[in-house]
Design a protein around this ligand. Structure first.
Ligand code: ADP
Ligand code: ZN
Length: 359
């Protein structure tokens, strides 16, 4: 079993990330699950029954009180109503301070479950079992929780570290293709901002990594997820709760990416988050020439993004008004939570594997 210990600055908040194929059916072998008054499994209707059954059955072997809490999937349900539903359910089944909440799902389940765990009775134990590649490489580390409010993404939230993160690579085999591939945008992001060797690895192994049927898939993807969690953990540990600037580097591709993502949601061609990040990364690479990035490197970045079957530009349609679109995108970028004093912050690449912040 690949085990990574994530050390966050604050005492008592370090936790292991277990990465292996077939873990979901063997949770009873993991000692961290022992000793709880009861266990709740939060998941959504789209998570294959097979996974939920495995988690339920293996936890049932070590705790007689295990309850499934199933919510409606999707970003549109990532709101206070759903949070309310989860609180109500926990209250109905008399969840107490010694109970454990397990989140089995993608970013939506993980963010909302994390928020509930961080606030219910001032905080109960939480285990995250992310089921999307995006969640594996993005939300396994950092402890961000939250939900959307007033049409603003993740407006309400907390930082709350789980007791453990469990990544069963099997879950990648049932992910819809676009959902799976979008995770690679965040993977490429890590390599671009700080690890040239990792970039070379991703360049060489793209065929295996996008093909879950390839005999070497699980071995390679395990290395990728491990590496991403490690990079993020190193950055986050040095910059907990975003006080310094280093964590901002993780925002590479997200300034333009978030804007184009929001823009696309009101068109017939809505982008997934990772797809928007892929477009945003190439955009940032193009304006990174002033920071030192070469034309050759920009071409290489474009080719690698495309080799992961990710988009490199948004199709605005033929009869669209470009100056109007530019105004909208500019406005969206100026509203970014990460800006300071209204100045847009950009992460630029000095070269592949090295990034810097520019206001
Ligand atoms: P993320 O924010 O990590 O992309 P979401 O929570 O939005 O993830 O999940 C995207 C969709 O994919 C949801 O409908 C979810 O139920 C579904 N899903 C998540 N994991 C899996 C999986 N392993 N297999 C099939 N569908 C999944
Ligand atoms: Zn992202």
């Amino acid at each position: 079993m690949t085990k990574l210990k994530v050390q966050i600055l604050k005492k008592d908040s370090s936790y292991p990330i277990l990465i292996e194929r077939g873990l979901l059916g063997r949770l009873d072998e993991i000692k961290e699950f022992e000793g709880y008054s009861q266990i709740g499994i939060l998941s959504d209707h789209n998570i294959p029954d097979l996974f939920l059954d495995k988690v339920y059955k293996s936890l049932k072997k070590i705790n007689s009180k295990v309850t499934k809490i199933i919510i409606t999937p999707g970003e549109t349900n990532k709101n206070l109503n759903t949070i309310n539903e989860i609180y109500q359910k926990l209250s109905d089944i008399s969840f107490d301070r010694k109970s454990l909440l397990v989140c089995l799902g993608g970013g939506v389940v993980g963010d909302m479950g994390g928020f509930v765990a961080s606030t219910y009775m001032r905080g109960i134990d939480l285990v995250q079992i992310p089921t999307t590649l995006l969640a594996h490489v993005d939300s396994s580390v950092g402890g961000k929780t939250g939900f959307d409010f007033d049409n603003k993404k993740n407006l309400i939230g907390t930082f709350y570290q789980p007791k453990m993160v469990i990544i069963d690579l099997m879950v990648l085999t049932t992910l819809p293709r676009r959902e799976f591939l979008q995770g690679y945008a965040e993977v490429l992001k890590y390599a671009l901002i700080c690890d040239k060797d990792f970039w070379e690895f991703l360049k060489e192994n793209n065929n295996i990594l996008i093909n879950p049927k390839h005999p070497e898939f699980f071995d390679k993807v395990r290395q990728v997820i491990y590496k991403c969690c490690q990079i993020k953990s190193d950055i986050v540990t040095r910059d907990e709760e975003e006080k310094g600037g280093e964590r901002k580097l993780l925002n590479f591709g997200h300034t333009y990416g978030h804007a184009i993502e929001s823009y696309s949601l009101n068109t017939d061609n809505p982008l997934f988050h990772g797809e928007a990040v892929a477009i945003g990364m190439l955009y940032s690479a193009r304006i990174s020439k002033e920071a030192g990035l070469s034309d050759l490197e920009i071409d290489e970045i474009k080719a690698v993004i495309e080799s992961y079957e990710l988009p490199i530009e948004f199709n605005f349609g033929t009869n669209s008004n470009l100056s109007d679109i530019n105004k909208k995108l500019d406005k969206l970028m100026r509203n970014d939570k990460k800006n300071i004093n209204g100045k847009i912050s950009w992460i630029l690449l000095k070269k592949i594997g090295s990034a810097k912040l520019k206001q």
